[in-house]
Each structure stands twice: as structure tokens, then as C-alpha cells.
Design a protein around this ligand. Structure first.
Ligand code: GTP
Ligand code: MG
Length: 329
């Protein structure tokens, strides 16, 4: 019986396949950014009502989709199994991987923050290449989606990193989907509509570099702070949903602001306030100790790992562990 029910549910390939969704409603849902069954599972009834679906019907659809994707209540042994489906992606540096428990995790948000030149965008570039490696080499054999807000994405750098790893540069370039976000609303729009791109291109990594720059430059002053935080919150939750629904890695970068009153300890803090601190599951602070290739990463918060620091380098090859020469320096 259960088997039968499961096999009928497997028919849900398009929104139209769901009971009670006709082609007009499906079109409206797509306009609202719901292109796949997976994203409907994490929608709220209010969101579906915007597509002209009644509240009761919206609730039924969400329940149906959730039972198709996964059970809303879950036994802890099953929860453990689900968490074991969390995959880890190598950063290119064993030492940095160690710091985060063996690589960056799917289903959560990882935030890299630090001053200019600290290596945030370089790590993002490297991850786009690494995600394409086979699982034996620490990758997922999948593609990357790169949302660039500062126009700092460099194809040449990707090719350089791909060559070093012995990957076919054309293939690597094909597997990275790039979008430049022109302002914060456009950035949100891109993420709201990313589900289709993710599905169609076997995307296993989503990057937003930088998460906060547009928000920071557009919402200036105290009177706009609440609105900025609300939007940022919505944006982050959408990213988390994508991470969970598609079991992908989500990486965001963030700038820092100076703390004018600090003489000891860290004199900078990340932009975005509490919302980011609560939503990004793993936060890493990057520092550039002196001129040269060495960088320091500090794990600031993680759901289960202790704080700690590790060094890595940015070289022609990309993100790497320290060489013996670097260690002697
Ligand atoms: P902002 O976006 O300005 O806040 O900085 P960021 O943290 O994103 O810095 P980014 O990742 O762009 O790091 C830039 C640094 O990486 C440069 O200062 C170089 O030290 C290093 N870098 C970038 N490209 C190369 C390269 O091709 N070869 C080498 N050896 N180093 C590079
Ligand atoms: Mg950058």
C-alpha cells in the first residue's frame, strides 16, 4: 500500500502534476518564483495565496508536497540518516577543511567575512572549480551558480585553477552559471528564481559574492535599517531553503565595518547585524596577516564545532595549504 502511494507520488515532475494545480495556477506560481516541487515544499500558505490559491487549498498542496519530499515529523534515527546525507566540499586547503569539520557543508549557509583582499572572492572562485571534482577528490561532480554583486568574477582565474587541477577548462566554464546582480532587488530576484536553474544544471553550489554590498549602499541611515534587515532576512531564508531543498552548499561573503571604540581584540565586525549571525550556520573570519600569500581563517561560529584558527595560502594555483617555505617564514 505504502509502496503504491509512493509510486504515484513519483509522478510529480511539474507543478501541473500536483492535485488542484491547473496550468494557470502553475504559471502564476512560476511568476512568483516557484518553478519546482522542491521549492513548493518550503513555501508558506500566504505565498501560494498570491497565486490565487485559496488558503485551505494552499495548505493542502504544501502538505502533499512535503509528504512527497520528506516527512514533517521525523524520528531521530531518521534525522541522523538525513543529516548523514549532508555532503562536504573541499576548499582546496586541508587545513581549512579541517577547521570546518572536513569541508563546507550542504544544507546550511557558510559565510566568509573579512577586509578587502582577505580572499573571500578567491575562495568563491576555487569552490566553483572544486565542486566539479569527483567525490574521491572532495567535489560533487556538479555545477555552481555564481551571483556576483561587485563585478569581481574572473573567468581567467577559474581557468587557471581548473588547469592546476587537471580539469578540462571548457567543461569547467560550462558548469558555472553566472549572474551579475545590479542592485539588492535584482539580487533577491535572482535567488527567488534560482530553483529552475539549479534543477536544470545540476547545481551543487550557490555563491552570493557579496551578500551585503548592495543592501549596505542602498539602505543608508537608521530609518531604513528595519527595512534593510527585513529584506536581508527574507533573502537569507530563501537561500537556506534552496540549500535544504536541493542539498547544495550555499556560500555568502560579507564585508566588515570598523569598531571605532575597540583597542584590544578584533577591531572589525561583519555587516548585517544579528540576522546574519543567526542565519548563517558557519561563519569564518578571514585575515591577511602581512603582505604575501598567507591568510588566516578563524571559525567564529558553527552549530557544533569549536572556535579555531587555521592558515592557508592564495597562490597562482588557487587556495592551498602552506608550503614548507611558507611555514618557515
Ligand atoms: P573584497 O571583495 O575587496 O572585499 O576582497 P576579497 O576578500 O574578495 O579579496 P579577494 O578574494 O579578491 O583576494 C584578492 C587577493 O587574492 C589579492 O590581493 C591577491 O593576494 C590574491 N590573488 C588574487 N588573484 C590572484 C592570482 O591570480 N594569483 C595569486 N598568486 N594571487 C591572487
Ligand atoms: Mg571580493
Amino acid at each position: 500500500m505504502a509502496k503504491e502511494a509512493l509510486s504515484t507520488k513519483k509522478e510529480y515532475k511539474r507543478l501541473e502534476d500536483l492535485p488542484g494545480i491547473g496550468s494557470t495556477t502553475a504559471r502564476k506560481l512560476r511568476e512568483l518564483g516557484f518553478h519546482t516541487i522542491e521549492t513548493l515544499a518550503t513555501a508558506t500558505t500566504q505565498e501560494l495565496q498570491r497565486a490565487g490559491i485559496g488558503e485551505k487549498k494552499a495548505g493542502e498542496i504544501i502538505c502533499e508536497v512535503r509528504s512527497y519530499i520528506s516527512l514533517p515529523f521525523i524520528r531521530v534515527d531518521e534525522l541522523l540518516k538525513k543529516q548523514q546525507t549532508v555532503l562536504r566540499l573541499t576548499t582546496g586547503s586541508k587545513s581549512l577543511d579541517d577547521l570546518v569539520g572536513g569541508g563546507l557543508e550542504t544544507q546550511t549557509i557558510t559565510e566568509f567575512y573579512g577586509e578587502f583582499g582577505s580572499g573571500k572572492s578567491q575562495i568563491c572562485h576555487q569552490l566553483c572549480v572544486n565542486v566539479q571534482l569527483t567525490p574521491e577528490r572532495g567535489g560533487f561532480g556538479g555545477g555552481a551558480l555564481y551571483i556576483d554583486t561587485e563585478n569581481t568574477f574572473r573567468t581567467q582565474r577559474i581557468i587557471q585553477m581548473a588547469k592546476h587541477l587537471g580539469l578540462d577548462q571548457d567543461e569547467v566554464a560550462k558548469n558555472i552559471i553566472y549572474a551579475e546582480a545590479y542592485n539588492s532587488d535584482h539580487q533577491m530576484f535572482l535567488v527567488d528564481n534560482a530553483d529552475k536553474v539549479i534543477n536544470e544544471n545540476n547545481i551543487r553550489l550557490i555563491i552570493v559574492d557579496s551578500l551585503t554590498s548592495h543592501f549596505r549602499s542602498e539602505y543608508i541611515g537608521r530609518e531604513l535599517l528595519v527595512e534593510r534587515q527585513q529584506k536581508l532576512n527574507k533573502h537569507l531564508h530563501k537561500l537556506i531553503r534552496l540549500g535544504r531543498a536541493f542539498n547544495v552548499i550555499v556560500v555568502v561573503t560579507n564585508q566588515v565595518m570598523a569598531k571605532p571604540d575597540v583597542f584590544f581584540g578584533e577591531s572589525v565586525y561583519p555587516v548585517g547585524g544579528h540576522i546574519l549571525a543567526h542565519t548563517s550556520n558557519t561563519r569564518l573570519f578571514l585575515r591577511k596577516p602581512r603582505r604575501g600569500p598567507i591568510r588566516i581563517a578563524r571559525l567564529i561560529s558553527s552549530p557544533y564545532l569549536p572556535e579555531g584558527e587555521r592558515m592557508f595560502t592564495i597562490t597562482e594555483n588557487g587556495i592551498e595549504d602552506l608550503s614548507e617555505d611558507d611555514q618557515r617564514r
